[in-house]
Design a protein around this ligand. Sequence first.
Ligand code: FHN
Length: 589
Amino acid sequence: MRLSAAKALLAVVVTVAGTLTVLTPAHAAPGDNLAVDDVFTSPRTSGFRADRFGMFIHFGLYSAFRGEYRRADGTVCRDAEWIKRNCAIPWPEYEAKAAQFNPTSFDAKAVVGTAKAAGQKYVVITSKHHDGFAMWPTAVNDWSITSRTPFKRDILRELADEARAQGIKLGFYYSIWDWHDPDAQSAANYDAYVGRMKAQLRELVTNYGDVAVLWFDGEWDGQWTTQRGEDLARYVRGLSPNTVVNNRVGHRRVVDGDYGTPEQEIPGGPVDGQLWESCMTINGTWGFAQWDTNFKSVSTLTRNLIGIAASGGNYLLNVGPDDKGAIPATSAERLRGMGSWLAVNGPAVHGAGVPGIVTQPSWGKVSRNANRLHASVYSWPAPNTPLHLTATSWFQITKATVLATGADVPVQPSGDGYDLYPPGNAPDPIASVIALDIVPRTPAERGTGTGLTARFWPNNTFTGTPAVTRRDPTVNYNWGITGSPAPTIPTDNFSARWTGWLEPRYTEPHTFTTISDDTVRLWIDGKPVITNTTPHGPTVDKGTVTLEAGRRYAITLEHTENGGEATMKLLWTSPNTPQQLIPTSQLHP
Ligand code: FHN
């Protein structure tokens, strides 16, 4: 008998040992779709997309070592949050350290205040890192800050209360990889460990109010399978539907979670098919290390943030509180510097994103928020020397001012765009922002579409009469391993065809993006735009076609699934259309 999905999601069994264990919910079934909404336009992700800047906090038992472990032979081993493993500290010794861990200086008000002043809109704290040590009074085991240390406060509660009080969103980092739980070390009893993991996650998303972000990590643990990732994503979404989940719930693929997590690196531009958040250390280590003085400059950190926002990403910048729970002074100083820049120029980052209608210049970065472009100038020109903006679609500039001073900036049409002539000297050596009020190309009226006609066959060759014919408002499917388009369609060996008419709102090149598994073909007006018929795992393909606003174009999209996972998503973008699933309004059956 299969527990209903709702019961399975919430089933909790108190084992004989008295520890909470969560029944592993049933896998997705035929007819189930793991995709919950369009992450690019959903109200659920709108806050995350506008925030652009968050604080990562790596704080745990490892912090008690301050980055150094003196071996019995007197040699010193250096590491931070991996110190237990990389310095081969015996478990009895690592566990004994907990008795000395008493972070009485942890001050949630100060931590949240530091983030807020820096312009960080959310905080993500390590609730449990790879060492398995819980930073909250978990009922699941006694390997926790309240069970093993003299510090009996619930810092997650303190942080949650302060974040709510100061209007900052709260997120929890949770490591799937667990070095401490004996059942997590092999396949033998891994299900039991997963049950305890889910019990802890249930505590985290139900006991601390709204959790904006679940930041999974440690998914590279050999026991973690795609199936387990799918199940975990469904589980946490069932408990906390509005929580944004990162791609490390699975295997960091484009179909996993709600967003990608480039680490210590910044993508060169918008990421196809995915929201993303670059996580980065402020110095060189995630956890506290007293010897790590390699702090990035305020200029580097601020320009990282500007560039990330202009590419439509988020910046999750880390602090590692010390053994007493205090944010290192230099980290706080760097964040204050970023906050000072954002206090004047925040609109270039918060709520801003990919400009679309201009290319990124060599002299700085350009971001867009509705009918305002923000040109963040790194290299301020000499008098009467223009800053050139290359347009990718017609628009008018009605006003240009230096954000910091209000000074007018003369603008001249020039070649493929505009020349800006900012006066005087740069108001800020890090980046001086010129705000451009624009009138973009007028879109055609929003369509009245209702979606595409969708046909599904219980074979992967479109053979015979389709078992299902229906109207699909969008093409946004992640069927995973055990889901499928309909209860009557098997999870493997099926094919799908969407047909109808596409109605663009702008006359300009449109780039179509598909995320597919196993194969995909897309035609617009009978012409092939995307063809990838070599069976593949979750894969992004793109093709560009110039379309005319208000016209309707025949569209045919085909997908086949052989075995394993199945995915089919259809997105578009154009200079005036931010990347998104093709909306229902612009699709006709
Ligand atoms: O192994 C962890 C590491 O300690 C740190 O938590 C980073 C932060 O993204 N994640 C893992 C490495 O990818």
